[in-house]
Unconditional design. Sequence first.
Length: 94
Amino acid sequence: MHDNLQLFDGYVGNYYIYESGGSIFDGCKFQGELKLPSSLTYIPNWCFQGNDFSSIAELPEGLLGIGYYAFSDCSRLGGKLEFPESFVLLDSYA
């Protein structure tokens, strides 16, 4: 299990999150708080499906959208989530 996943400038280890890169962390069982980089503009389909995050620190100001099932089956994910003014797309089952 991994605690408090933090992405830096779109990278985690050898992975880079980009618009068409769905399922990158699907089922990895990360736990704790998710911290997203300020440069992130889109969270792709199924990106974090099945993980065990307790919260998301905050959505980046430039985030435009969240893809299908991006956080589905993240049963512990809770708290208050504020969408930035730039946000325009929340796909089904995100």
